[in-house]
Design a binder for this molecule. Structure first.
Ligand code: SF4
Length: 381
């Protein structure tokens, strides 16, 4: 394990490539990898492809070549997150719970919140982030299916994010199974390096598909990678659950784009939902301070630390603030969504099967035990 240091020495990034090679070379370990939505629209840049090139099939093929025993999609768990988070929102509204509900899939945002707003710890959603949800399911449900001791399974997450490395080490994220939900996190850049180290000709690879069933996903899950995507995905499901009608136009344009703070009022089943989408922690602080002071009210807020959301994450190929690169990655995310036969999380057949066979009801007892978490108030810094 070595540490990569930024030129000023102000930031360090834990390099875990060696740990992944070690797991892959251990005959006693069944090594499962999962990839976040934003990775597939940026990984190609590490091989000279244009920003916004979608390389999902080549990425899966490369991961199999590297020796992973299963290649799953964090998008599956993004659909699961929507099932849990949309149900949590409806539950809070119907039972007089505290609002706004804040999304919780960005660990940099969660850590910031724990330090800066410890008096508001009851408002973030209790949902784990998608890769942690998938990790715990691999170590419990999937381990049982295969008859493998979870201690002999290594879960590797490929993320656009350096904060996910810290998140995977949080002690409360090791409670749902016998071992940590996720064992190792590498970034998009680290994966590109591994592919080069293995002398794989990335651009010559033939497309392959994710393994089943934890590789099934909808368009709603893909858009998690761009700012506004989590709430757009949640609305696609909440609308149909609350109205019983089919949502014909699934795009919520008001939640898209690169404005730091976007607001919308969306009427569903006779109630107006006040929504905000924020990226950048400075923007998040200003909105949270107004909420603290009772100056503004929302029902639900999506917050992502990085510019543009995860497409602009700290683990992605460097973009140096180039907005054209971020726009090309975002456009690719929305192209991938449009190309999916299913675009609403609750239509994911593998998710339906998982609830039926294993989890029970969304936001129910077993789902809580495995898929939800807690937060800790920390010293203000
Ligand atoms: Fe990580 Fe940035 Fe995405 Fe947050 S917005 S999860 S810090 S990549």
């Amino acid at each position: 394990q070595c540490i990569a240091v930024c030129p000023t020495g102000a930031l360090v990034e834990l390099d875990q490539v060696d740990k992944v090679w070690k797991a892959l070379n251990d005959p006693n370990q069944f090594v499962v990898v999962q990839t976040a939505p934003a990775v597939r629209v940026a990984l190609g840049e590490g091989f000279g492809l244009e920003p916004g090139t979608i390389v999902t099939g080549k990425m899966v093929a490369a991961l199999r070549r590297l020796g992973f025993d299963r290649v799953f999609d964090t998008d599956f768990a993004a659909d699961l997150t929507i099932m849990e988070e949309a149900t949590e929102l409806v539950h809070r509204i119907q039972h007089g719970g505290r609002l706004p509900l804040l999304t919780s899939c960005c660990p940099a945002w969660v850590k910031f919140f724990e330090h800066q707003f410890p008096d508001l710890l009851d408002i973030p959603s209790t949902c784990k982030s998608p890769h942690e949800m998938l990790g715990v399911l691999i170590k419990s449900y999937y381990a049982k299916t295969l008859g493998i001791d979870p201690k002999n399974i290594t879960v590797v997450s490929v993320m656009p994010c350096v904060a996910k490395k810290y998140e995977a080490a949080r002690p409360e994220l090791a409670q749902g199974a016998e071992t940590a939900d996720v064992d190792i996190v590498i970034t998009t850049r680290e994966l590109a390096r591994m592919i080069r180290e293995a002398s794989i000709h990335f651009d010559h690879l033939k497309d392959q598909e994710f393994d089943h069933p934890l590789g099934e996903s909808t368009g709603a899950a893909v858009i998690f990678g761009a700012t506004g995507g989590v709430l757009e995905a949640a609305l696609r499901t909440a609308y149909e659950v609350l109205t019983g009608d089919t949502l014909e136009k699934v795009e919520f344009e008001a939640l898209r784009g690169m404005d730091g703070i976007k607001e919308a009022v969306i009427p569903i089943a006779g109630r107006d939902y006040r929504i905000a989408v924020i990226h950048g922690l400075g923007n998040a602080r200003s909105v949270l301070e107004k909420i603290q002071a009772g100056e503004i009210n929302y029902d639900v807020i999506e917050i992502m630390a990085c510019p543009g959301g995860c497409i602009g994450g700290g683990g992605q190929p460097y973009h140096h603030g180039n907005m054209e690169i971020l726009a090309a990655r975002a456009a690719a995310i929305y192209r991938e969504d449009r190309a999916k036969p299913l675009r609403k999380s609750h239509e994911n057949l593998a998710i339906k099967g998982l609830y039926k066979d294993y989890l029970g009801e969304p936001y129910g007892k077993k789902a809580h035990q495995l898929l939800h978490t807690t937060y800790t108030g920390r010293k203000k810094i």
